[in-house]
Design a protein around this ligand. Sequence first.
Ligand code: HEM
Length: 507
Amino acid sequence: MVLSTSSVAFIFVATSITICIAIIVLYTKWKFLYWVRVGLPILHPTFFFGNMKDILLGRCSEGDFYYECYKKFKSNGFKHGGVYMFLHPVYVPTDLKIIKHILKNDFEHFTNRTTYLNEEGDPLSENMFRMHDDKWKNLRTKLTRNFSPNKLNLMFPSLLDCAEDLKIVVDEAVIKRVPVDVKEVLGRFCVDVFGETALGLQWEVLKNPQSDINNYCKNFFDSNGFRMMKIMLAEILPKSLLCAIKFKLAGTDLEQFFIKLIDRVINYREKNNTRREDFLQLLLEMKNNSSVHEKPLNLNQVTAQVFAFFLAVFEAPSSMITFALYELANNFKIQEKVKEEINSVLSKHGGQLTYKTIAEMKYLDKVLQETVRKHPVGRILQRKCNSDYTIPNTSIRLKKGVSVKISIVGVHYDPEYYPNPEKFDPEHFSDQNKKERPDIAWLGFGKGQRMCLGLRFAIVLGKLALCVLLENYKVTLNTKTKVPIQLDVKKFFSYAEGGVWLDFEKV
Ligand code: HEM
């Protein structure tokens, strides 16, 4: 029998395709045996997606996924387990001693978050959240100065001005008898705070909700399957490949808006020899520094820091204050106790709201700590293993390049550390209760050398906003608010689906 040329070609193509598919399938299977070879329990992956299918299909958020991992591993008595982001191995610890080693004691093996950083092609990526090793360390040491108690004290009058504008917006709602979408209003409040305290600009977004800056940041934190895929790929693909495909994390509009804005502010300050004691000034000193021992920051690096801090200030404190108000509206006794503390501390200080007065409000501190426990804004912590590491007291060896994901929600809802975790109870943070559990069981701001740099600032801002609101209004839940809160799976950070709508009543 003689085969025609087209039949030979067909057999050749079909055989090649079959071999390719077989190689891909075998390679994937081999990759998916990685954690088994290491000796870790796993959650079963699906072809290509690994364990990420539900996230990419928009069925759950990354935070929900790692919470499920935490519960599954822990309920089976495991201290840790392994999952796959596509083919890439991700280590998921549940044991607090291991978590402490990763975040604190053995930090030199887990210094960075992700590998993606593209100085030339994606200028906004070179920010503090993503920076690596010595460059990060150097910057962190310097920027810590911006959040010292002394600096926060100096910033306080600007924060107070913004809080006055916040009151005006709420007053309008009271007069019109309409509920307030608190996350939306507090987001605008935080944008104004950032403009004033970091750049010396009065954006007045509280008064003008339709401003460009407000619209850009609202869109930035939305997610969908495609954006999640982008973020995951940025975490696992080699930098050279990402640079070659001109990968960018933020949209070009937002990037250009920021680059032009910062350029304009810097030009103005340099031309007019204007000096302000703010965040930008600190960065400008690092840009103009002529020391031979340190490389000065370039303009892109200055812009990237402003960009990242702006997003942090916009999103995280406004979410924290929103969740606190939700809980207080839902728990009148606690709201009353907070009001009593505010009134008693203020009357001691002649009604003056200052940095010092705020610091005396200890119950309010507990309320915010409990809010961050029950509603952590970021739901996972992330690290990258940067040199091979053996998990203490085990034979499990993590290879360089493996990602680590720690479920904040898993720890915060673990009854071993918080009995009755669903209950909002500020007494979880009484001195006695804090003593009785490991310090690492509160992870809302991260822990260790890379923990949140803005913690103090966020707490001061949160306390101030709550003080101004609760001193003047009684807060109740409007029927538009879903109780209990359901988190929106399309948002990167914790965000109540449908928003938190509250009714304010003057007191
Ligand atoms: C309620 C408000 C906030 C929450 C819950 C929060 C939470 C977090 C968390 C969980 C991390 C990761 C920590 C880790 O990986 O161990 C982080 C990092 C960071 N946060 Fe915040 N944050 C808040 C507000 C802010 C604010 C207002 C700023 C800036 C003024 C800020 C600046 C930063 C920076 C720069 C980092 C990266 C630190 C580094 O890599 O060295 N955060 N934050």
